[in-house]
Design a protein around this ligand. Sequence first.
Ligand SMILES: [Zn+2]
Length: 274
Amino acid sequence: MIIILVISGLALGSFINALVWRLHKTESSIKNKKDKKYSILTGRSMCPNCQHKLSPLDLIPVVSWIVLKGKCRYCHKNISISYPLIEVLTTILFIFSYIYWPYNFNGRGIIYFVIWLFLLVGFISLAIYDIRWLTIPNKILVWLFSLVIIQILVTFIFYHGGLHYLLNNIVGFLIGGGIFYILFQLSSGKWIGGGDVKLGALLGLYLSSPTYAILLIFFASILGSLYSIPLLITGKASRKTLIPYGPFLIISTFILILFGSHIRSWMHLKGLYI
Ligand SMILES: [Zn+2]
């Protein structure tokens, strides 16, 4: 199982690199949008700098980067270390998810796990995009929403999710999206971006629990503060600096999916009921 996860993690990490780059190319110019070579589905892999087509030997995750010493074979320009790092990160998150998966690996546990791995691919892409360009692309959100709706339908139809389950999804959606929507409206989009509202709603829907939706926002705010306060103190950022919020929401979701039940029982022990 670990071998399968390593291979798929590296391959999908490599896919994430290509996806994020192509998505940005096509989103940033109308001319590129029509250009088939940037298509995610049909375009061939190419060097981000000279755009030379890459041979299969250049496309082995991590290995190619090391063998080529981080340079393109054709134009000799440096290829960012972020490429192999993203491949490694994806693999580590896959293995970590497998080790700490809260369900049994039978029946719906496996279905949820496979959906989770595909969600992770979208989450990582989205986080990188948000860090680099401070927006959350709708194309990735649509893909993530589809996966979450598949999971909800599977649970509802085959595992007797029931109305209570659906209601939890809807309340999660309303809390996750609603709090950010209010912040967005109050600040006319200065404190939080429109993409964060949609992402909050999506994650609330997926977490399928009002408690988790509240914890999602709570953890993301703590992580966001831990990240930005040192930057403010050292003067590396001002109050006007835009800080991507998507990655914090995604890290919080990762924590809640894998360790949510532990956190919940700890809270009950301490008499904290939400
Ligand atoms: Zn090149």
